[in-house]
Design a protein around this ligand. Structure first.
Ligand code: GLU
Length: 273
């Protein structure tokens, strides 16, 4: 293990944490309150330690489906956006009460690709994050699903929240992105299908070979899949940032990661000495 790189994580001050829908919801479509509560506890404690934390949370569509008692996502875009609208406020309501219990204030940040394409929008977003963090508020970010569109000449959609979290980590110059998923890290094969699958403890470069492993048959492990995780990692490495991909089953794993323990896959440009 590259001890230096892992130990360097103990020094991280500004941390972005990304959770996917599969982390905060049960497979039966209801909200995993235990996880949300633990996540709020961990992030609040980090805030108390003096760390600056930003949460990127999916779940608007998932929670919206549950709230509207729908068994599956509707097919049309207006319907999907309506579901996201219901779910996003419900999700924030839940976060708000859990974080309130731990004495923290949260702020909702809904983003579109404008922050990538328009410097002025980017600057406004950066300034908002800075203000929130200065005021010790925990920003909770999601894509603005109700306005995001994915058209040829007018693209405001990020595509996925893995990408969004990497962009947020980039514009806020975060020291670390922790991506919590339903898998222990990045494997050379699908660990659910092959017991011999090996975990990459550390990755320094995102190569076409890694993309081939991530895109192989049956390797869409999580909801977002491994390709989107690698895309995010590539974005992070381009700006010499660091990212840890780990299992979000128990959100207290965040403490272990920041303590420099060998958990999940660390994507870092730093080589072992
Ligand atoms: N913004 C979507 C939601 O909150 C999720 C997108 C994603 O997870 O990639 O439901």
């Amino acid at each position: 293990m590259n001890k230096t790189a892992r130990q360097a994580l103990t020094l991280c001050k500004r941390i972005v944490i990304k959770v996917g829908t599969s982390t905060i919801m049960y497979p039966n479509g209801t909200v995993n309150l235990q996880r949300l509560e633990k996540l709020a506890f961990v992030l609040s404690d980090l805030r108390n330690q003096g760390k600056e934390v930003i949460l990127v949370s999916s779940g608007a569509v998932g929670v919206g489906l549950h709230r509207l008692k729908l068994l599956e996502a509707p097919k049309t875009i207006p319907e999907q956006q309506a579901v996201a609208s219901v779910g996003q406020s419900e999700l924030m309501n839940l976060y708000s009460s859990f974080f309130f219990n731990y004495g923290q204030v949260i702020g909702q940040v809904l983003m579109t690709r404008d922050i990538v394409d328009f410097p002025e929008s980017r600057l406004n977003a950066i300034n908002t994050f800075e203000q929130l963090l200065m005021k010790k508020v925990i920003p909770i970010v999601n894509e603005n699903d109700t306005v995001a569109v994915d058209e040829l000449d007018h693209e405001t959609k990020f595509g996925d929240n893995d990408q969004l979290s990497a962009i947020v980590a980039g514009i806020t110059e975060a020291d670390l992105l922790i991506m919590l998923s339903d898998i222990d890290g990045f494997y050379d094969r699908n660990p659910n299908e092959d017991k011999k699958a090996q975990l990459f403890h550390e990755v320094h470069h995102i190569t076409p070979e890694l993309f081939a492993l991530a895109g192989g048959v049956g390797s869409k492990f999580g909801t977002g899949g491994m390709i989107t995780k690698l895309n995010a990692a590539e974005h992070i490495l381009e700006r010499s940032g660091q990212m840890v991909l780990a299992n979000g089953e128990d959100p207290t794993v965040i403490f272990n990661i920041i303590a420099g323990e060998d958990i999940g896959t660390l994507f870092t440009a730093k080589q072992a000495n």
